[in-house]
Design a protein around this ligand. Structure first.
Ligand code: G6P
Length: 603
């Protein structure tokens, strides 16, 4: 995930761009860069790491009050390491581009351009855009036509801002898949990946739709879709500055829950194709000589590991064993070289997980990291990495990172299943449809959220919670209980529903709250019996299911789908919102719960 900004005007262009990028740093801070064009003079600055490094590098430069245009970028590395050469803006001979998204067909374009004599300085997918633009300009002579030709050759997701000395007062823009907002204010024209940089500067904005593109100068703005001119709808920008980073949400956690459906698409981008699943990070050769998989992780990542083990065994038919990293490291584990060792970590810095990885490496196992932070210690150490692309997660209680980890594990299961010949092309296609449906099912339904807000007031006391589920819904129950514990400080346990009768059912009375995960598509009758057993002991039960459960005191309905994974993802959102609303009612600090840290780099 990256962030882009643009500005047209004469109001201290450099600082407009840098301040805008500061608001987008939550989208990545592997590197940052700006390019400013004033009366055909081009200045470009790039720096790796946080924005303050760029500020330092560009400190001598003053834009003065001369009219000009500028573009800027803050990077969350996907293609190519976080080096200065890979930092945006990327350039060709006389044009400059910033881009958020992934150009899926960049290798083909690059090959063609290389044949024509273009040379590339970076490993990014983005650089092809600007070279392609200049090639098109040679042929068509008209900048708008060259830009149109360029974007129509691109496959994948993008929000693009392009400037060229050929038309030194114009910013060209295009949006497809990644967000882009166009804003107008007293002091100029603005572009940004989210509202945050525009607040206080732009008074009215256009939220560009997929396929839209255009150009703007100080005196002219044109919007197009499918080569036809548009009259876009400008909206007043009301949000106040304090809410900016949270984009109007009360807490980062809430915002992160709401953005999951979009984030999951980013996780799948370039990996989930129509009939296939690919990882550019490695090929199926990773499995040669591998007989089983061991996964190590902590906290929420441990829960996704457990969920992943069900998928890897069921879909890829590979024996998979999961361990808590802090337990694993001291048990003098017996490791076999035929085991693929997987670690899962949002931060890539968790000390116990890192240590487990070191043990596996020292024992000669192949290692794979599923991680959200590129260039983190875990990523640097593992032989292979799959980045989850959740973007920066600010809420200490993990939500979107969990969602992306599950999606990656699901994709990995399919990828391995294909390699081992357990899936036909038609099966893959069906699974891929389910993935897309699953991502869509995480879009928060406002009515459901309202219902959970209301319901939460009944769950602020009592002597504890049991979250119960079976099969892959058991790790989800663990995660639901962890979310509640982390931010509400109420005692909650996740339990396999079929195991309640072997002890915990002794706790059942009307003050025991049971949250039952009851998917229609996986062991429904079994869990229904388990819930009835608990209901018979008078426990208070809230059931999450598409089917009405007579023995439940409260129902939280999810949509009627025919895939248990769609149900999984939808229930995940319900559990996250439930914890959020209970915590808010209890007056807790949702984003910074007591005693916790986002990344635990000590034992
Ligand atoms: C901390 C966080 C948890 C997280 C765990 C593992 O305890 O508070 O939310 O799940 O670390 O973190 P990792 O970054 O390795 O996923």
């Amino acid at each position: 995930m990256c962030g882009i900004v643009g500005y047209i005007g004469k109001d201290d262009i450099k600082n407009r761009l840098l301040d805008g990028l500061a608001e987008l740093e939550y989208r990545g801070y592997d590197s940052a860069g700006i390019a400013i064009l004033q009366e055909s003079d081009l200045s470009i600055y790039k720096a790796t790491g946080k924005l303050e490094n760029l500020r330092e590098k560009a400190k001598e430069y003053s834009s003065g009050d001369t009219f000009g245009i500028g573009i800027g970028h803050t990077r969350w590395a996907t293609h190519g390491k976080p080096t200065e050469a890979n930092a945006h803006p990327h350039f060709a001979e006389f044009s400059y581009v910033v881009h958020n998204g992934i150009i899926e067909n960049y290798s083909e374009i690059k090959k063609e351009l290389t044949k024509k004599g273009c040379s590339f300085l970076s490993q990014t997918d983005t650089e092809v855009i600007v070279h392609l633009f200049e090639e098109n300009l040679k042929e068509h002579k008209n900048t708008l036509v060259a830009f149109e030709k360029t974007i129509s050759s691109l496959k994948g997701a993008y929000a693009i801002l392009l400037i060229t000395k050929n038309s030194p007062e114009t910013i060209y823009f295009a949006k497809n898949g990644s967000p882009l907002i166009y804003g107008k204010g007293e002091n100029g024209i603005y572009f940004a990946s989210s509202d945050a940089p525009l607040i206080g500067s732009a008074s009215e904005v256009v939220y560009l739709e997929d396929g839209e593109y255009g150009y703007a100068t100080n005196s002219e703005e044109k919007f197009f879709l499918d080569f036809k001119e548009l009259n876009p709808e400008f909206k007043k920008l009301h949000v106040n500055k304090t809410f900016a980073q949270k984009d109007g949400f009360r807490y980062f956690m809430e915002k992160e829950i709401y953005e999951q459906h979009q984030i999951l698409l980013e996780t799948m981008m370039g990996r989930v194709l129509e009939h296939d699943i690919v990882f550019e990070e490695f090929d199926a050769g990773i499995l040669v000589g591998v007989e089983s998989i061991k996964i190590c992780a902590c906290g929420t990542s441990y829960h996704s590991a457990l969920a992943g083990s069900y998928l890897l065994e069921r879909i890829a038919k590979i024996r998979t064993h999961v361990e808590i990293a802090s337990e694993f490291r001291y048990k003098e584990p017996i490791l076999k070289e035929s085991e693929l060792f997987v670690v899962i970590s949002q931060s890539g810095e968790t000390a116990d997980t890192l240590e487990a990885l070191k043990i596996a490496k020292a024992s000669g196992l192949k290692t794979l990291a599923i991680c959200n932070v590129d260039n983190s210690s875990i990523v640097r150490l593992a032989d292979f990495t799959i980045l989850t692309r959740a973007g920066i997660e600010k809420g200490v209680a993990s939500t979107k990172a969990f969602a992306t980890q599950i999606m990656v594990l699901w994709m990995l299961s399919l990828f391995f299943a294909k390699f081992k010949g357990h899936l036909q092309k038609s099966d893959i296609k069906k699974e891929l449809h389910k993935m897309i449906e699953s991502a869509a099912s995480t879009k928060v339904d406002e009515k459901l959220h309202e219902r959970l807000k209301k319901l939460s007031k009944r769950f602020l006391h009592g002597h504890g919670f049991f979250f119960i589920g079976r099969d892959i819904f058991f790790p989800l129950a663990l995660e639901g209980a962890l979310k509640l514990k982390e931010i509400s400080y109420l005692h909650a346990e996740g339990y396999p529903a079929g195991e309640m009768k072997h002890g915990p059912i002794a706790l059942a009375d009307s003050e025991l709250f049971t949250i039952a995960l009851m998917p229609k598509n996986l062991l429904f009758e079994k869990i229904k019996s388990n819930v009835e057993e608990i209901a018979a002991r008078d426990a208070t039960i809230a059931a999450i299911s598409p089917i009405c459960i007579d023995s439940a005191d409260d129902m939280i309905y999810i949509q009627n789908s025919d895939s248990y994974m769609v149900e999984f993802f939808e229930m995940m959102v319900v559990l996250q919102l439930f914890a959020l609303e209970v915590s808010i009612r209890l007056g807790n600090d949702v984003d910074m719960p007591r005693n916790l840290a986002k990344s635990v780099t000590v034992e």
